[in-house]
Design a protein around this ligand. Sequence first.
Ligand code: SF4
Length: 323
Amino acid sequence: MIKQKIDVEAPLKQEYLFGPVPSRRLGISLGIDLIPHKTCSLNCVYCECGRTTNLTVVRKEYVPTDQVIEELDQYLKNRPGLDYITFAGSGEPMLHSRISQIINWLKTTHPGYKLCLLTNGTLFADQKTRKEALNLDLIIPSLDAATEESFLKINRPHTSLKCAKMIEDLVKLREEFPGIIILEIMIVPGINDCQQELVALKSAIERIKPDRVQLGTLDRPGTENWVEAASLETMKKIARFLGNVELIGNFKPRRQIASFNEMHSDSILEVLKRRPCTVEDLQQSLNLHPAELQKYVNQLLEEGLIKVEQRERGQFLIIVDQP
Ligand code: SF4
């Protein structure tokens, strides 16, 4: 494939850090990716990183801890303004067996920064693992299903995982973790939006007792073509039923966040003006981390500047002709 050349400023060499990304929930967020693409204990139908190719629950040092710390040290030495440093990226961060070493190093060496973990919540069975997360400020576990049936359909877990056990472990995490827990639920129409599923989810929320619950739905191309977004009306109804739930769609637009990089947004439009591309094509052309690229694609989709079209090779992003 011929790569398009785009004029972008040479970024600081970062193998394990990305961003800072403009996060609608976290503000200016520096990402740390500890997992090779695409290693996860789940294979969610809506995943923005594509299908899980290494479905595993084995914790190990997937990327060299010392190098991650070195990159962080380089990046943070000038004390950049960040709202959060976030463990996220190409899979489940808790799979990295030395994540606690990085968390504790950050808290000791750069105590001014708040640390967040985006996790699928499947790896908190051991007290030892839950202890590793104690120094974080914020944990955002996802919980899309509270019945085994919808867990299998939406999250397509590793065979050793059970939904009921995961909920038990999240209850224990809540009891032991002193920081903030925000539970994230993705609504997948036709699977977890019926009365039975919502009753089960509500009961799980009542048991876990997170500080907040945030409800989202697909707002960009997901792994599976058949996954659709729930309508705003449905989302509002579900939010009312679950009670005290925030809709992710109501948060501040990314463009208003200080770390929004117009250059990335313009570069995406430049490439798409020349030819429609998949997210993977764009990633290769622009050399942006998938999680970072997705934030800009989502913003352009929300603004109606680009759209998604299903083609033989997958979902293509296309420029919308402006009047
Ligand atoms: S848990 Fe996250 S990274 Fe893993 S498959 Fe699901 S959405 Fe993707």
